[in-house]
Write a new protein. Structure first.
Lengths: 105, 411, 202
């Protein structure tokens, strides 16, 4: 019989999202792919936050508040990261992170 | 699953699923029937405004079954996918748009409690799921593999995303007045006579209605903000390469979201399912009993929604199209500061009106002033007589059996 | 199997598979499409966990905002119709091994640690119709919060008691985040302003 869906299941889902994001960040050559990995990592952490908010009444509100803050900060960070990537593209005509080898320019 | 000996033991387990499927079926049937009606209405309204007749052949004198004929034609059309298109993304684009438009109906109450799911954050949920429609448009534009579709899709996405901000801020204005995000609650607070409607509550909510309606029109990509579908420029924008059934899905999504935002406008501002003619404290349920009263409520709500959609179509065929930079300027330089100002204003009004009770006179002033203005406009429009043509058009000659094209000259 | 369990498996399956597809797909636009399903699935998980406000915020901000931004970035930086930058097989293998190691470490920690949980959490899931989440969130921003946990906690290590909770108001972080967003808005607009594009490098 299937085990009951409890805290552990949601933590595992968060872990899966986190690991997919980390591997995505490490593996993709497209800078925007790396950005997608960052979003996955943040979502994995958020799932953990909200799961703890649900299953532990001490953190009933803190979990959701932190999840809200993480979402908002992720939006800010995605905007800046995209602006940087666009600048990089304007200067180098490519978004391949393997070509980002020089400190200058 | 263990062996179940009788059907009724399944019932407890399966009932939530069955109920969910039934509600979804009812809602999607309503959405499709509305879309059928809107296609016919659009053709008739556009025709009459352009001084022609519109569909008059299929199904009687007024062309009632024209949409059925249109639908049949679209269903039997050949399913073309361009060579350059990304097959998977091309196929899922329309369905993401339809899902975004349809999910909003979960939380939209059609009557007092007549709602699929009476969420406590109903209006926020509706705004949230309607904002996922953009992705269907982006994917449709990109996956078509043609640069016109891509440009249309990008412009479209930029426009919708920009107009979502003043739309959401102007939605907060009646939420502040009502004190809840639950749409059924907001509707219940507008019981009774029409001066209880939130649109007449104070000047800030009055302006918020117009701001919301403008932003909703823009975010449904209707004219005068329909540059993405600008037939004169981009062929058809993001749905250039879509034909047949997939185009139908895109258009169902558009008409669905048009009705959804009209429904939101009518609940938040125009009293929802209340007719507005009953004395204070009375509503249709008290008058006619639960079942018939709710039926009247649902009919009133649907008529209000359809009327607002008709206003959107009316505006489309009256006003010229805005350029894309004018569209963005309208949003960022005019509507966004306006909506922020209205938000601050209504917050201050709520605090101040508790002290200065004479401010509620403004409510009656707005209500009766609007009624008077509306009646005056209707009277003026109805009192104009049609001008008969007097003189033959220059260069025209009479065709056998008729007098030929005439012009009218004002005396 | 009740509705909660069924929904969890459907949503978690959708989210997990889409997340893996984001990593595996070589085409960047398809990656973005799979990311859409992942983020939508995570929003569904939030609704399932009873955090309806956070779920709706996730849809508006992540799907309707960040993802649109990412796709705009993809469109603006694509040199050809479908840009693919292939990763070599060796990189695939190393990433897979590292990923599996990381996943197993986190999983072991998550499964074996004695997390303090409510003693009976599954019985009183509040329904979406009466959820006061938005009210509680708003009150928490002002520092109004129920301090005493209303349920017994199980799983605490021996000899320890739940710590004393103090009332915290989250208004200051909220204001800081607002100013942060304003700064980011201005910074991103400045960074991404239209400039003359340099020619192809040699």
């Amino acid at each position: 019989m299937m085990p009951e869906v409890g805290l552990q299941s949601y933590l595992l889902l968060g872990a899966l999202l986190f690991v997919c994001g980390a591997v995505c960040m490490a593996m993709k050559r497209n800078a925007i792919g790396v950005l997608m990995g960052v979003e996955l990592v943040l979502n994995g952490a958020n799932v953990n936050f909200v799961a703890f908010a649900r299953f532990n009444s001490t953190f009933e509100i803190e979990g959701q508040i932190f999840a809200l803050f993480v979402i908002v900060m992720a939006a800010a960070e995605a905007a800046i990261a995209l602006a940087i990537v666009l600048n990089f593209y304007n200067n180098h005509m490519t978004v391949d992170v393997d070509t980002a080898e020089e400190l200058k320019g | 699953m263990p062996y179940i000996s009788s059907f009724w033991l399944y019932f407890d387990v399966l009932w939530p699923y069955v109920l969910a499927v039934l509600s979804a079926l009812v809602l999607i049937t309503f959405m499709l029937l509305s879309a059928i009606f809107f296609v016919w209405l659009e053709r008739k309204v556009s025709a009459r405004i352009q001084d022609r007749l519109g569909p008059t052949r299929v199904g009687g004198k007024y062309g009632w079954l024209q949409t059925l004929a249109d639908g049949l034609k679209l269903l039997v059309k050949e399913d073309i996918i361009p060579t350059n298109a990304d097959p998977m993304l091309f196929r899922i684009g329309p369905y993401i748009a339809l899902a975004g438009a349809f999910l909003a109906f979960i939380a939209l109450p059609f009557g007092n409690g007549v709602v699929a799911r009476n969420l406590n954050i109903a209006i926020f949920f509706m705004l949230a799921v309607m904002s996922t429609e953009i992705f269907g448009i982006i994917l449709g534009g990109y996956a078509s593999g043609s640069k016109w579709a891509l440009f249309g899709g990008m412009r479209e996405a930029a426009q919708i995303v920009s107009y979502e901000v003043p739309r959401a801020i102007s939605v907060i204005v009646p939420v502040i007045v009502a004190g809840s995000m639950n749409l059924t609650e907001i509707g219940k607070q507008q019981t009774g006579p029409f001066w209880n409607w939130i649109v007449f509550h104070d000047p800030f909510t009055f302006c918020a209605f117009w701001v919301f309606f403008t932003c909703a029109t823009a975010s449904c990509k209707r004219a005068p903000f329909d540059l993405a579908e600008a037939e004169s420029e981009l062929v058809a924008g993001f749905h250039t390469e879509y034909s047949g059934f997939r185009w139908l899905i895109f258009f169902m999504a558009e008409y669905g979201s048009m009705f959804a935002v009209s429904g939101i406008a009518s609940i938040l501002f125009l009293g929802g399912w209340h007719l507005g003619l009953l004395p204070p404290g009375w509503d249709m349920e008290r008058l006619f009993g639960t079942v018939f009263g709710n039926f009247i409520n649902v009919v009133v709500f649907i008529l209000k929604g359809w009327f607002l959609v008709f206003v959107m179509m009316w505006v489309r065929w009256t006003l010229p199209r805005l350029r894309i930079d004018q569209v963005m300027i309208t949003c960022l330089r005019y509507l966004l500061p306006m909506s922020c100002f209205l938000l601050v204003g209504v917050s201050v009004w709520q605090l101040v009106a508790a002290e200065l009770t004479w401010l509620s006179l403004v409510n009656y002033l707005l209500a009766f002033g609007s009624l008077f203005l509306f009646g005056f406009m209707v009277f003026k429009a109805a009192a104009t007589t049609a001008v008969s043509p007097t003189q033959l058009m220059p260069g025209a000659w009479p065709i056998a059996g008729s007098a030929g094209p005439h012009v009218t000259h004002k005396a | 199997m009740d509705v909660q369990t069924a929904l969890f498996w459907i949503l978690a399956g959708l989210t997990g598979l889409s997340a893996i597809a984001v990593v595996v797909t070589q085409n960047i636009v398809r990656s973005a499409a799979w990311l859409l399903f992942t983020l939508g699935g995570v929003a569904g998980i939030y609704f399932l966990l009873g955090a309806d406000f956070v779920g709706a915020t996730q849809l508006i901000v992540y799907v309707g905002g960040i993802l649109v931004l990412v796709v705009f970035g993809v469109m603006l930086t694509a040199q050809g119709p479908f840009v693919t930058m292939k990763t070599s097989a060796a990189e695939w293998a190393i990433s897979l091994v590292v990923g599996l190691l990381l996943f197993s470490v986190i999983t072991l920690a998550a499964v074996n640690a004695p997390w303090p949980q409510d003693a009976h959490h599954s019985e009183d899931m509040e329904s979406a119709e009466t959820s006061q989440n938005s009210v509680k969130l708003g009150a928490a921003f002002l520092g109004i919060k129920e301090i005493t946990p209303k349920k017994d906690l199980t799983g605490f290590p021996m000899g320890k008691t739940p710590p004393e909770r103090k009332q915290v108001a989250y208004l200051l972080p909220f204001e800081i985040v607002s100013v942060h967003l304003l700064v980011v808005l201005i910074g991103a607009a400045y960074l991404a302003r239209a400039k003359r594009r340099r020619g192809m490098p040699t």
